[in-house]
Design a protein around this ligand. Sequence first.
Ligand code: NDP
Length: 310
Amino acid sequence: MPTYDHDATDTDTDTGSGSTDTVTVLGLGPMGRALAGVFLNAGLRVTVWNRTPGRDGELVARGATAAASPAEAVAASALTVVCVVNYDASDTILRQDAVTAALKGRTVVNLTADTPARARNTAEWAAAHGIRYLDGAIMTPATTIGTPEAVFLLSGPEELYGEHRPVLDAVGGTHSHLGTDIGRAAAYDIALLDIFWTAMSGYAHALAVARAEGITARELAPFAQGIGAILPPLFEEFAADVDDGRYSGELNPITSAVSSMAHIAGASESHGIEATVIRAAEGQARRVIGLGHGTDGFMRVTELLGRSRR
Ligand code: NDP
């Protein structure tokens, strides 16, 4: 992780390019605090602001400057990192007249999670106000920030990313610039969180069904990890199937998969446990079979879902 030496008498508050040793963090939830903390560790001059006062105590004790307003905060650095709950919140902060004016010529990196459409809308707003803009997503928990495990996705103008990379790299981990389409980081974020949350929903459901059968969560957990470990190679194999449009069901045809899903749904419903998620997956599989693809594998569902878009 790079560290920065700066002259304490230097009151540089450049806009745009130039200052690489200052950063402002807007939003001091668990993630914003983690980001500000590692920026401090790296020796940057960090200015912080949060809607609710009092969340900056530890950061200020470690040398961060607490700004009295978001406009004052963004004026202190060439680069502002925003990390709040969603884009309604980031819009509420950034689109105040005084903040927008203070940001002119400076760079905003929005690491708040939301949809690709919101990222594109924010980029349009930024361009209209002379604000340089990168969008990003953080794919790992706040506890990983500053460690090699942290994963950051970014999109937007490549030269802007290159310019601010020395500061952004201070947060550790891996950084992937996914292209100039500003919505791309959010699009990856949505796709990856789709996997995460449907898996979490499946796990919560599995634990409820297991408990109804007298199996504790702790008893199931090691076996759950085993099921989880099967997935990474399948992700790669099925990605090739989907990109190539071939959905071989030689080893596990969708007719077999649908039978397994029906057992899960039936067992949970017999305990009075709703089975909406697995019933939805079973329904998709049955539609694929109905379309004449019963010998294909489950990933043929991707085509079915794509069809409903048209
Ligand atoms: P939250 O998602 O709970 O966001 C809390 C922050 O949002 C606080 O600073 C809060 O201010 C601010 N906020 C909420 N509503 C408003 C509003 N209307 N106006 C101004 N500020 C508002 O906490 P996190 O820090 O955990 O997450 C921040 C972002 O990071 C989210 O988009 C999240 O999805 C993403 N992320 C978080 C991870 C984590 O491990 N925590 C992992 C990966 C991504 P206040 O204190 O005043 O309420």
